[in-house]
Write a protein that binds this ligand. Structure first.
Ligand SMILES: [Zn+2]
Length: 417
């Protein structure tokens, strides 16, 4: 049956193939056409089913030259607003320095916290803008950014304000997450509970009041916060009506994922040490697993997330860059797709679902983003590839022809041909 035709079309894409991700599955339509009306997708189907009458009604027709259209990538886990640089630390590590030695020389997360506290809002905005622009040029059309390098009220708010400004100034859709419980600030070195009190009693109510973040995240790990501290933050977030996410089971099994599942978290992220029991709780509570192969690679970890268990329990697996200065300075989703396949054993189809509809699910945006369906936001990327698997296979190559966000054409490389 021919899909119902819209009354009006602004842009019609022809001579293309679609990987739609409809119904959380890898589904393709070859020799397809796709219509956009206003900000949304108004028609998809086989090109042969498109009536001549409809073609004449279009404002603009784009010949995709046998390219593939996929939903714009959803990068659901980044920490991309930070001050300072850690490249010297990278060189020290390559020269054999231990974390302890680096830390003694002022390196590690606290060097980022110090530089971020010192930087002005404008300085942070300029630095972060370059990173957002880089991600956009890689086909990322939706992005989550966490705070978490301030670790005091003033700087955490400054970071969330920068994120809000980025959302205003860039066409990319940005979701802000408050990660005040990222690390224990030095001024609370002997009083972790005191810092958690500051997060729950002062920071969270203020952030809720300003409407400046939609989700709350915690780093639950022996080097960060324990289960009862995590629970306190979650309870406050829940009481305030904010979504919950968790950095869980990255370096050890802290049972964080089971706790997050109890709170119906949107996602648990990292999960290298996830147990079967906790995975079952995630499945029961529809929690998305966010896999971050960039950090696994950069830290030269060896324990892989239990992909077989996630698959068996039908837990959606998202993949993300985890862009941050310490453990994943990775600015490329296609590189992450390749890493997810090679390092974690995902199939190309699973990796591509992870960077689109499952990423959207991790942000509770699956109703409007992450797949090519009639009525959804027209966030699309036209790729110059022979098959969708090329995006996982051609490590680090980004053969983009066009990026479209909410119907607006951004990068248009067809023009240069
Ligand atoms: Zn992270």
């Amino acid at each position: 049956m021919t899909p119902l035709e819209p009354d009006k079309i602004d842009t019609l894409f022809i001579n293309c193939h679609l990987a739609t991700m409809t119904g959380n599955a890898f589904s393709i339509i070859e020799k397809a056409a796709l219509a956009v009306t206003g900000k949304t997708i108004s028609w998809i189907g086989k090109e042969k089913d498109l009536s001549d009458h409809l073609k004449t009604k279009c404002q603009k027709v784009i010949d995709c030259k046998n390219g593939w259209i996929l939903p714009g990538f959803v990068d659901c886990h980044t920490h991309l607003v930070w001050g300072g640089s850690r490249s010297n630390e990278f060189e020290m590590r390559l020269a054999g320095a231990s974390y302890e030695e680096i830390s003694k020389k002022g390196g590690g997360i606290f060097s980022t916290v110090q530089a971020t506290r010192k930087a002005s809002k404008d300085e942070l905005f300029i630095l972060a803008s370059k990173r957002v622009a880089a991600l956009l040029s890689q086909g990322i059309t939706t992005l989550e950014i966490k705070s978490g390098y301030g670790l005091n009220l003033e700087t955490e708010l400054k970071l969330l304000e920068v994120i809000r400004q980025l959302d205003k100034d860039f066409p990319v859709h940005i979701e802000a997450t408050f990660l005040g419980a990222h690390a224990l600030p030095r001024e609370f070195a002997n009083d972790p509970d005191g810092y958690i009190d500051l997060v729950t009693d002062t920071m969270l109510p203020k952030i809720k009041n300003q409407g400046i973040a939609t989700a709350v995240d915690v780093f639950c790990e022996h080097i960060a916060f324990n289960l009862s501290q995590t629970k306190k933050v979650f309870q406050t977030a829940k009481d305030l009506g904010l979504n919950i996410k968790l950095h869980a089971e990255q370096l050890s099994d802290s049972n964080g994922a089971a706790l997050a599942a109890q709170f119906s978290a949107l996602s648990c992220d990292h999960l290298e040490y996830l147990s079967l029991d906790s995975a079952k709780k995630m499945a029961d509570n529809h929690v998305t697993a966010v896999l971050l192969p960039g950090a696994f690679y950069f830290l030269k970890e060896t324990q892989k997330p239990p992909v077989d268990i996630l698959r068996k329990l039908k837990i959606p697996m998202a993949v993300s860059t985890d862009l941050n200065p310490g453990s994943s300075p990775v600015h490329s989703m296609t590189l992450v797709l390749n890493m997810a396949c090679v390092l974690f054993g995902l199939t190309c189809e699973e990796a591509l679902l992870g960077a689109t509809i499952h990423g959207a699910k991790a942000l509770s945006l699956e109703k409007s983003k992450g797949s090519i369906e009639k009525g959804k936001d027209a966030d699309l990327v036209v790729w110059d590839i022979d098959t969708a698997a090329d995006l996982c296979y051609l490590a680090g190559l980004t053969p983009i022809k066009m990026v479209i966000i909410e119907g607006r054409i951004l990068h248009d490389n067809f023009k240069n041909e």
